[in-house]
Design a protein around this ligand. Structure first.
Ligand code: ZN
Length: 254
């Protein structure tokens, strides 16, 4: 991983943020890789190596076989207590605190933005912080969920009502409950920064288009190329953990 930061781009991004009236940030898995959370779309890494996540963690798979679902999903929940926000999460929270970021839309379900101090967050894919009973709607924390899995003979977290608890995340095949506010914020933005997202997951990858359609500007910070790179004012392929803190520093002196 290179440590040399393109200073010209840092200042260009800082300038665009400073000029904008309503900056919205959209984050993806790339923001959390620096915290040790593997992006399951990166081939050959982590717990998804041998399984097709689309088959195991769809809503249909959950309903058909919650035991198999939790066999694969439990490590994802367990890792959350062992990871911490990284400099990228902290820089994003700091930019909100400084008044530069008005809203953060995240595809991540790991709760790390909240833990870093971000306040106005739309979690378009839900969160692993909590789980909800499919039958009665009762909500429990992920800690309680893990305890229920552990103490259950089948390793399935059952509710008192007989229903099964499901992590409060959007599984493949489910609707996105927060899509409308995310679209609203994207339309309102005169500047959108997509950070650590390859913009491959629909419909979230359409959000920058709402900003662009209304004359907004787009900055893309991601290692891999995205389908919207050609429309972005600035494209940055640097480590977000180095680049974002540099932007914060640049804005302090502007
Ligand atoms: Zn229940």
């Amino acid at each position: 991983m290179k440590n040399i930061i393109d200073n010209e781009k840092v200042h260009r991004v800082a300038e665009l943020i400073k000029e904008s009236k309503y900056t919205v940030v959209l984050t993806g898995a790339g923001v959390s890789t620096g915290s040790g959370i593997a992006d399951f779309r990166t081939p050959g890494k982590g717990i998804w190596e041998k399984v097709d996540p689309f088959k195991v963690t769809s809503i249909t798979a959950f309903e058909e076989n919650p035991q198999r679902f939790y066999h694969f999903y439990r490590p994802r929940i367990e890792i959350l207590s062992r990871v911490s926000p990284n400099p990228a999460h902290k820089a994003i929270a700091r930019l909100e605190e400084m008044g530069y970021i008005k809203c953060l839309i995240t595809q991540n379900i790991d709760n790390l933005h909240q833990r870093a101090g971000s306040k106005k967050i739309i979690e378009v894919h839900g969160t692993l912080r909590e789980a909800v009973c499919r039958k009665c709607g009762k909500m429990i924390s992920s800690e309680v969920l893990l305890k229920k899995i552990e103490t259950s003979e089948e390793k399935v977290p059952y509710c008192k009502c007989g229903g099964v608890f499901k992590p409060n995340v959007v599984l493949f095949g489910e609707m996105l409950p927060n899509l409308d506010p995310a679209i609203f914020e994207s339309m309102r933005a005169d500047l959108m920064l997509t950070i650590g997202s390859s913009l491959q997951v629909s419909p979230v990858n359409m959000l920058p288009q709402y900003c662009l359609d209304r004359g907004g500007k787009l900055i893309i910070i991601n290692f891999m190329s995205t389908h919207l790179d050609y429309l972005a004012g600035v494209v940055i392929k640097e480590d977000v953990c180095n680049f974002l803190p540099a932007v914060v520093e640049a804005l302090k002196t502007k």
